[in-house]
Design a protein around this ligand. Structure first.
Ligand code: ATP
Length: 134
């Protein structure tokens, strides 16, 4: 028995495949999904979504907010951007992190621009971490 995992972004379907389990960055904490899970709809944070293919090792995907719906062993994730470790350009993430840190130093905390830049910083940190450590 496996889950069916589908990841969708505004530019199309990123992947659709069976998975033995899925762990997702819920806004209230990490969520582990196994076959037979109760139906849920939850908001996602920026973070690592991990899944295991039946009979293979664990894979990691960086997701950028959005939602996850679980129903009848079908897991659907709708997120702004999604990258597998092998998609990530570590230098680009390093530059994005430097840029976000420089911008944050000039912005007033609590403003919309500050919050937006904090999210850019978090995206870059997670991408860099997944690109370099998996
Ligand atoms: P940057 O400032 O480097 O563009 P960003 O966080 O603003 O980073 P996003 O708006 O989240 O980028 O993503 C835009 C597109 O670029 C998406 O398709 C995303 O998957 C891709 N992307 C962003 N950063 C990287 C990266 N370091 N390596 C590979 N693809 C990336």
């Amino acid at each position: 028995m496996a889950l069916s995992l589908e990841i969708v972004t505004p530019v199309g379907q990123k992947l659709r495949q069976p998975a033995a389990d899925v762990t997702a960055p819920g806004v209230l904490g990490e969520l582990g999904i196994l076959p037979g899970h109760i139906p849920i709809l939850t908001a996602l944070d920026i973070g690592r979504l991990t899944f295991k293919l039946p009979g293979t090792g664990q894979q990691v995907l960086v997701v950028n907010g959005g939602f996850m719906e679980v129903e009848h062993d079908k897991v659907v994730v709708i997120t702004e951007t999604a990258e597998l470790a092998s998609d990530i350009d570590a230098d680009r993430a390093r530059h994005a992190l430097d840029r976000a840190e420089r911008e944050l130093a000039k912005l007033e905390s609590g403003t919309a621009a500050f919050e937006q830049t904090l999210r850019a910083k978090k995206r870059a940190e997670v991408r860099l971490s997944v690109a370099t450590q998996g």
